[in-house]
Design a binder for this molecule. Structure first.
Ligand code: ADP
Length: 535
């Protein structure tokens, strides 16, 4: 780009002038700096951390218009209004507008008066828009919710796959900056590859929510219920969300809580819309401070004083868990996120995955790949339930933040669990993975180690030459499986996707043969139903 490039001093001045803020937050500076220097960027920050400013400041400082690709058509008008309120001229183009409104918005962008233009990804596919964009002086293309490009994320949106093509069709490739709140290592790789980011500045920050206390309790269903009843009724003045796996469960638990005197409503997608809205209103207004809901609840609900989020069942991924648990403590005050889980939850989740047929248009192989992805996500969640290390640390590492966090409160660091030594089992697993040349799935490895008599074991020609066959004959299958899943989340093992999910060595595999290697897993968690209620 010609002309004098803006630098971070200009950026700070713009931050004050347009937004009235005195300084940048941790992750913002490196991203803005990179963009201003003409380098692509990838910003990974949780919702509310301030991603928008990372493209809005460059937008006002750079020559030309910034195109923001956003999947949230319903929020575009709000975003435009927000920018206009700060004195930044912005428009949006989307299918909810009349053709006249659309033409008007496009004309504003072409005139050079407008600095920011929001569009939905579907529009990029049309020849008309490509031609229009080719005639513009584009400073920057910012991609909001960039994880939608990845089938590894939760919100895959096929139109996002067209972004790379769109960029390639432009006569001059602009600077490209992608933003997302939820990105594991794998999703990040997809964003870089599928959008085609060039050597981007990557910044992952802000995932730790220091005002949240994380709590994991293993308990059977009846104990879970008692625990929740005690916890909720002990805090009549606090607002909380309780997530359940099924609609039926939300109804019966809400009824139970009401019978115990709590002001609780229930919410799920099967309720008539007017009942749902009424429940939501009652919750937001604190008439019913407790809501018992399925995961249908939460999107777009802005309630800052939620003091606790309890999960009655284990969600299917850390992404889902953190999004739901993260609805606690938006006001920054101390709040608690408790996950209750049981072996039954794992079995149920696994069964769901096995039953998934996904989209009918998928080939068998593709459907298998989808199932494998879901298995990996689930393993991350199981790892959270089983880990004996800091839960804050587990979450931030999961999202790719490097470095250690100082625990601001979790049940693991408070030592509320017992561990058992599984070093020998882990060593045997590791050896077995080696024996079978990293070619078998977890289920088969368990069978080999336990000396299974299944016919397929005998059909397997080299069984005699597998030294670990039958080595863990006396260990329950569930325990071996637990150890494999813990080893996977700790990085000793990994799961390779393909037609079948196969257990392979992870980056830390070599540690398992070191003489001082030890491994523990959680045995039983602390007795539930009691003093969680004092926390
Ligand atoms: P995200 O897109 O990551 O969800 P937003 O960009 O909407 O987050 O920012 C969340 C809030 O934080 C907004 O009210 C925004 O104005 C504010 N914010 C962003 N950056 C800063 C900053 N450097 N200092 C103070 N407030 C900021």
């Amino acid at each position: 780009m010609v002309g004098i490039m803006a630098d971070m001093n200009d950026a700070r001045a713009a931050l004050r002038q347009y937004f009235g803020y005195d300084g940048f937050r941790p992750g913002q500076e490196p991203l803005i700096d990179a963009i201003l220097q003409g380098r692509d960027a990838l910003g990974v920050m949780p919702t509310g951390a301030g991603k928008s400013i990372c493209y809005q400041i460059p937008a006002v400082l750079m020559h030309g218009v910034t195109i923001v690709i956003s999947p949230l058509v319903s929020l575009m008008a709000d975003q435009v209004a927000g920018l206009e309120g700060n004195g930044i001229h912005a428009v949006c183009v989307n299918s909810t507008q009349t053709p006249e409104e659309q033409s008007l918005a496009l004309a504003e962008a072409r005139s050079g008066r407008c600095k920011v233009m929001y569009v939905a990804p579907e529009r990029l596919d049309t020849q008309r828009f490509v031609e229009f964009a080719s005639s513009l002086d584009i400073a920057l293309v910012a991609i909001d919710e960039a994880h939608c490009v990845s089938q590894w994320g939760q919100d895959f949106r096929p139109a996002y796959l067209g972004i790379g093509d769109f960029l390639n069709r432009l006569p001059d490739r602009p600077v490209v900056a992608a933003f997302t709140a939820t990105a594991t290592e794998r999703v990040r790789r997809d964003i870089v590859n599928l959008v085609g980011l060039h050597d981007p500045q990557i910044s992952v920050t802000g995932f730790d929510r220091t005002n949240l206390y994380f709590d994991v309790i293993k308990a059977v269903p009846t104990v879970k219920r008692q625990w929740i009843e005690r916890y909720v009724t002990a805090r009549p003045d606090e607002s909380g969300i309780i997530y359940c796996a099924t609609r039926k469960e939300t109804e019966s638990l809400a009824a139970d809580l009401r019978a115990h005197g709590a002001k609780a409503v229930c919410y799920h997608a099967g309720m008539p819309p007017e009942d749902r809205h009424a429940a939501q209103r009652a919750f937001v207004n604190d008439e019913a401070p407790v809501v018992v809901a399925t995961n249908a609840f939460g999107m777009g609900i802005d309630k800052s004083n939620v003091r606790y989020v309890i999960h009655h069942n284990m969600p299917d991924s850390i992404e889902a868990y953190y999004q739901e648990a993260g609805r606690a403590g938006r006001d920054g005050l101390a709040s608690r996120c408790t996950l209750l889980w049981s072996d039954g939850d794992i079995a149920t989740r696994r069964r769901f995955i096995e039953m998934e047929n996904g989209n009918e248009r998928l080939t068998d192989e593709e459907a298998q790949a989808v199932r494998n992805r879901h298995r990996v996500l689930l393993d991350g969640m199981i790892g959270y339930c089983r880990t004996t290390s800091c839960l804050h640390q587990y979450i931030t590492s999961y999202f790719g933040e490097t470095g250690t966090v100082k625990c601001s409160g979790c049940s693991n660091c408070d030592g509320e669990f017992e561990t058992i030594d599984v070093t020998d089992i882990a060593r045997a697993v590791s050896r077995c993975v080696h024996d079978v040349n990293q070619r078998l799935g977890a289920g088969k490895i368990v069978q080999v180690l336990r000396g299974s008599d299944a016919q397929e074991m005998h059909d397997w020609r080299h069984l005699d030459s597998v030294p670990t066959y039958g080595m863990l004959r006396d260990v329950p299958a569930a325990r071996v499986r637990d150890v494999i899943s813990q080893m996977t989340s700790d990085g000793y093992l990994a799961v390779a996707e393909g037609k079948y999910a196969v257990v392979v060595f992870g980056p830390r595999a070599a540690e398992t043969v070191a003489p001082d290697f030890t491994m523990t897993i959680k045995q039983v968690s602390r007795p539930a139903a009691d003093d969680g209620a004092d926390g």
